[in-house]
Design a protein around this ligand. Structure first.
Ligand code: AMP
Ligand code: MN
Ligand code: MN
Ligand code: MN
Length: 380
């Protein structure tokens, strides 16, 4: 396992023999809320001052004061990005301790590259994962496995464990759902055919969206679509959202979707994807472990979601994404309860696409409740 490079922790010599048995672990609970843990043992109750070096010379350290005898010092911060460096000090003097234990595994099983609608190459993506302490990574581009081999080689180079991945578009009761396949044979014929038919449908759909935007909104969208189709194998609405912004038709991605690309807007084209059952079947045929992505994002009643999960499991689904970047505490609780009650393993991932988006860098998502079985523990 890769060791994080951690600055020495300075600890007061008077504080008995403080033992730092864990390096700080950077973990985000929810966007802009980060938890950091230091395992310490002083032998008696002691006041401590914990300084977190934000790794940014323009910002002062965050200082947290408290009292502790033994155990983990937990620090939760809002609005800042903690980095795994720190200084623990008491009232008199300092001592330097070099922490020796490596951080626990951090599995990001939902990542995008420029092979679909992400912006980074698989190599740059995995480098970023490595720099953020991710220890197990799965590139899960939409409807393609084109980046898997490059991701595997990059993981090898950076000392990460790698799992093949893909995020597949499918339909259930008139809704688009995303199903993630992990740890499968990327060359499997049935799966390859399944994915390539979706990509063909994607190209037709983007052309239809372009025509509708011309007809209904007088936007010169066809050239934008042609440029996208010429440069990517997996044309998505995200590509078109970016082109619409560049052409001045929206200020940001969410606005481009809200104005032009969702139901009720001029560019909406009803989606036609293979069914959930066909999708899970094709993934299972290739040996995949199958995960329902971001279940909280679908517009489904509680009853419909439970029905969906029943059918998903029946078809061979094994896990649901419980901790995914951007999920709020109540949705996380709800999904954790569903995973617990229905016996699904729990998956974790950032759904990272774009390094300029601050809230979901690789490796940043809530910790799973400890009673759930992480899907990552079953992989490899
Ligand atoms: P597609 O699969 O072509 O429908 O494109 C959907 C992609 O666009 C998703 O994978 C997301 O990355 C992104 N996306 C979808 N809806 C939105 C939205 N409302 N705001 C921002 N991004 C979105
Ligand atoms: Mn996407
Ligand atoms: Mn998705
Ligand atoms: Mn995704």
């Amino acid at each position: 396992m890769r060791l994080l490079t951690v600055n020495p922790l300075d600890i007061d010599a008077e504080l008995c023999a403080p033992v730092v048995d864990r390096v700080p672990i950077e973990r985000t609970l929810y966007p802009f809320e980060t938890r950091c843990e230091f395992g310490v043992s002083f032998g008696k109750r002691q006041p401590i001052v914990l300084g977190i070096d934000l790794g940014d010379p323009s910002k002062p350290d965050v200082i947290i004061e408290g009292e502790i005898e033994q155990g983990a010092v937990e620090v939760e911060q809002h609005g800042i990005d903690l980095v795994p460096t720190g200084r623990l000090s008491g009232k008199q003097g300092h001592r330097t301790i070099i922490p020796t234990m490596s951080p626990p595994p951090l599995a990001d099983l939902h990542l995008h590259s420029h092979h679909s609608d992400g912006l980074l190459t698989p190599e740059a993506l995995i480098e970023l994962c490595a720099s953020r302490g991710v220890t197990l990574a799965a590139l899960t581009d939409h409807d393609t496995v084109a980046g898997c081999e490059a991701a595997r080689l990059a993981c090898q180079q950076h000392g990460l464990r790698h799992i093949n991945g893909v995020e597949v578009s499918c339909a259930w009761n008139g809704q688009t759902l995303h199903v993630i396949g992990l740890d499968f044979d990327p060359a499997h014929a049935e799966l390859s055919t399944h994915l390539s038919s979706i990509r063909t449908r994607r190209a037709e759909r983007l052309a239809e969206i372009g025509e509708r935007l011309e007809r209904k909104a007088s936007i010169a969208a066809r050239p934008l679509v042609e440029a996208i189709l010429a440069e990517t194998e997996v044309p998505t609405r995200m590509h078109l959202a970016r082109s619409l912004i560049a052409a001045g038709h929206a200020r940001e991605i969410s606005e481009a979707f809200d104005l032009w690309l969702t139901r009720g807007t001029p560019g909406h084209v009803p989606e036609e994807w293979p069914t959930l059952i066909e999708t899970v079947t094709a993934l299972r045929a290739a040996g995949a472990r199958v995960v329902l992505a971001h279940p909280h994002r679908y517009r489904l009643s509680g009853g419909a979601l439970r029905r969906l999960l029943g059918e998903f499991r029946e078809a061979g689904g094994e896990a649901i994404e419980v901790s995914v970047a951007g999920i709020g505490p109540s949705d996380l609780d709800r999904l954790a309860t569903l995973a617990r009650n229905l016996g699904f393993a729990a998956s974790t991932g950032s759904d990272f696409h774009d390094p300029s988006v601050p809230w979901n860098p690789p490796g940043r998502f809530a910790k799973l409740p400890t009673d759930l079985e992480p899907l990552a523990a079953r992989l490899g």
